[in-house]
Design a protein around this ligand. Structure first.
Ligand SMILES: Nc1ncnc2c1ncn2[C@@H]1O[C@H](COP(=O)(O)OP(=O)(O)OP(=O)(O)O)[C@@H](O)[C@H]1O
Ligand SMILES: [Mg+2]
Length: 280
């Protein structure tokens, strides 16, 4: 029933929680205009993990940065929970952003703040009382396994630990939407698998709607409910692929490998011809 009410309140069907229509973005560069997004249409359902994969320069970061208006779109519409992001005032935007967590391709941590104060940052700037900040930072740090690192500074952390700080900071406001821009890009494959499972756990608990940008096909299949491929110059998106595999997904499973091959074919990274089954 709760879902039903939500549909009514927002006057938007629940399966169009994030709705991007006709989105255009051109950068002005010294070499002339660079058309990066050309009429992107995309709908993300409430509570789903929506994967976007594509080559470097396809416009993936630009697209997610347009969603929370870190980047200004030239034309189009971006609705999040029924609210048009592109027509929000500055004040309304700050309010809305509290419900949209972002994890950046680079960690973007504050080097001069310790882990505690990095995680606390979004609460500090919105004037949350100190006691409440403490309670929530401790709770979130525990969630991502950072409880014993709160006094450390980013300079002394491993890549995986830094990424956990970025995740904790993105989660501190209990966002309804998480924008993840290659969150595991800088991690080794062991930390990566660990954080992927952590994200799935958090997703299951909170039913956060996630947009996951990645260039790692396996990661996209392991985490996503649906996947699109973004092709560059100008950035366009392919048809949507449903990933109907139950969790936990087995990276070596037949269905998994089939999907992997299908996506690699679409990316033209493997030929569509059958390859010999064994090489060694
Ligand atoms: N602020 C900017 N000014 C000018 N050009 C930009 C700017 N930001 C991005 N671009 C250009 O826009 C294109 C898309 O960039 P974007 O960062 O969105 O790609 P991406 O798909 O995220 O790539 P990657 O996988 O390498 O992160 C690139 O050609 C990039 O050089
Ligand atoms: Mg990027």
């Amino acid at each position: 029933m709760a879902n039903h009410h939500e549909v009514r309140r927002n006057m938007e069907p629940i399966d169009e929680y994030i709705k991007i229509s006709g989105l255009y973005k051109t950068y002005v560069t010294p070499n002339g205009p660079l058309e990066v997004l050309k009429g992107i249409d995309l709908t993300v359902r409430k509570g789903e993990i929506f994967g976007i994969i594509g080559f470097s320069g396809a416009g993936k970061s630009t697209l997610v940065r347009c969603i929370n208006r870190l980047e200004k779109a030239d034309a189009g519409s971006i609705k999040v929970g029924g609210v048009e992001m592109l027509s929000l005032s500055k004040k309304e935007l700050l309010q809305k952003r509290k419900k949209i967590g972002m994890i950046f391709q680079t960690f973007n941590l504050f080097e001069a703040r310790n882990v505690y104060r990095n995680i606390a940052y979004p609460l500090e700037i919105s004037g949350v009382p100190r006691k409440e900040i403490k309670r929530r930072v401790l709770e979130t740090a525990e969630l991502v396994g950072l409880s014993d690192k709160l006094k450390d500074y980013p300079g002394g952390l491993s890549g995986g630990q830094k990424q956990r700080v970025a995740i904790a900071r993105a989660l501190i406001n209990k966002p309804k939407v998480l924008l993840l821009d290659e969150p595991m890009g800088a991690l080794d494959s062991f930390s990566r698998a660990d954080i992927q499972d952590k994200l799935l756990e958090l997703h299951k608990e909170n039913e956060t709607t996630m947009i996951l940008v990645t260039h790692d096909v396996d990661e996209a299949i392991y985490l996503s409910d649906r996947i699109v491929i973004m092709t560059p110059r100008p950035g366009k998106i392919s048809e949507i692929m449903d990933i109907n595999l139950p969790h936990p997904r087995h990276r070596g499973g037949t269905d998994f490998l089939y999907l992997r091959r299908t996506i690699l074919e679409k990316l033209h990274l493997v030929s569509a011809l059958p390859e010999p089954e064994y090489i060694i």
